[in-house]
Design a binder for this molecule. Structure first.
Ligand code: GLA
Length: 388
């Protein structure tokens, strides 16, 4: 499927711009096995790239005009990068503008043609935007010889989300889109940006359970959670009488001791983050030892905490977990990504993957959620140059 989309995109580029692209790059979507809402608290995360990718075909055109074509949206638009105004109607173009603007601080970026195509489902919590922005950054950087260090790619991508798009997201999604390896999860310490590959046992598979909903409040609520985590940190600083730069600096015992003096909501938010960090560390160790049952237990605990303490789940995500958890062959299930709709994931015995995928989807629909579907995700690799 990925080979086809690359070929189609090159063909489409030729039709749109009358010649072959100079370059094609790609980057993957992801699921997050565990470690949710921890990345903007300098905590641990354990994402996995999936075999769905975004491809960017690009070519120099000279001058100041940029022309971009989105295969999925069937839309073509043009702009000049400076002054780089935000576009509300053509939202997708802002990522390209953001990338060109930030990279032009390092090298002159001239008018460019872009054609972009993707197999990462949009609005499904699978980080289609990081796949998109990472593939664009790399295309522009290769095209104009901007000598970016690998680590600069996710950092730039995060700046684009934060400064151009207005989502105060952390570094997890672009980081995994850049550094992932097939067959492994990526344990990232978002404080030091150190990372480690952890092999996924061969006899288990991941099911992605797409809810078919994306709540309109998702961005506002996401930014609000981030704000609340900062407030919780400030409050803990006062109570504990030590510098808390992020919730990463707080232990479970310290938090429990501060409970009586903290605002209830801030306490719940912090409780999720602090316990989730601990779960990521334990899950990583269990995964290394092939202890899938324990990984599954951690996934369920994570889901419960996201539901009751962090309050970012919803009826559709809860329905998937409720359906999957009791089934034979399912090690664990939880929501993945920011929440408020999006997707849930299940870690399952590979031998039963097809049957379980069908069964979970059927039951989800029977409960009245018409737009949901379940697919088996294979692992993918990080961003790469597809054609130069
Ligand atoms: C979104 C953000 C990430 C992360 C997750 C929640 O995917 O882009 O940075 O915060 O939500 O874990």
């Amino acid at each position: 499927m990925e080979g086809d989309i690359k070929k189609d995109l090159i063909k489409l580029y030729r039709e749109e711009f009358g010649k072959a692209p100079d370059i094609v790059t790609s980057a993957p979507g992801r699921i997050n096995l565990i470690g949710e809402h921890t990345d903007y608290n300098q905590g641990y995360v354990l994402p996995i790239a999936i075999d769905r990718r975004t491809f960017t075909a690009a070519g120099k055109r000279g001058g100041e005009l940029f022309i971009a074509f989105s295969k999925e949206l069937g839309k073509k638009t043009s702009f000049e990068i400076l002054p780089g105004k935000f576009e509300h109607t053509n939202f997708w173009v802002n990522y390209i503008k953001g990338a060109c603007n930030l990279l032009s601080a390092q090298k002159t970026i001239e008018g460019t043609n872009f054609a972009i195509g993707s197999t990462v489902p949009r609005g499904s919590g699978l980080s289609s935007s990081a796949a998109y922005v990472v593939s664009i950054i790399e295309a522009v950087a290769y095209l104009y010889g901007v000598g970016l260090k690998d680590i600069e790619v996710p950092i730039l991508a995060q700046r684009i989300e934060n400064e151009f798009i207005g989502v105060q997201s952390g570094i997890m999604d672009p980081f995994v889109a850049k550094f992932a390896r097939e067959g492994s999860a990526l344990l990232i310490d978002t404080k030091t940006l150190e990372y480690q590959y952890i092999s996924i046992p061969k006899d288990c598979s991941i099911l992605v359970c797409v809810t078919g909903v994306k709540r309109a409040i998702a961005t506002t609520e996401y930014n609000k959670r981030r704000q609340q985590c900062q407030e919780a940190g400030a409050s803990l600083s006062r109570i504990l009488g030590k510098e808390v730069t992020s919730l990463r600096d707080v232990s479970i015992n310290e938090l429990r001791n501060a409970e009586g003096e903290m605002d209830r909501v801030l306490y719940m938010r912090a409780l999720h983050v602090v316990t989730e960090n601990d779960r990521v560390v334990k899950t990583s160790a269990a995964l290394m030892n092939g202890n899938k049952e324990f990984v599954g237990d951690m996934m369920l605990e994570s889901h419960m905490s996201l539901c009751s303490n962090f309050q970012v789940s919803g009826p559709e995500l809860d329905a998937y977990v409720d359906i999957a958890e009791p089934l034979d062959g399912v090690y664990g299930a939880r929501m993945t990504g920011a929440g408020f709709g999006g997707s849930a994931i299940c870690l399952v015995d590979s031998e039963a993957e097809n049957e379980l995928a069908k069964r979970i989807e059927r039951e989800y629909k029977r409960r009245g959620y018409e737009n949901g579907y379940v697919f088996i995700a294979r692992t993918g690799c990080g961003s790469r140059l597809e054609k130069s």
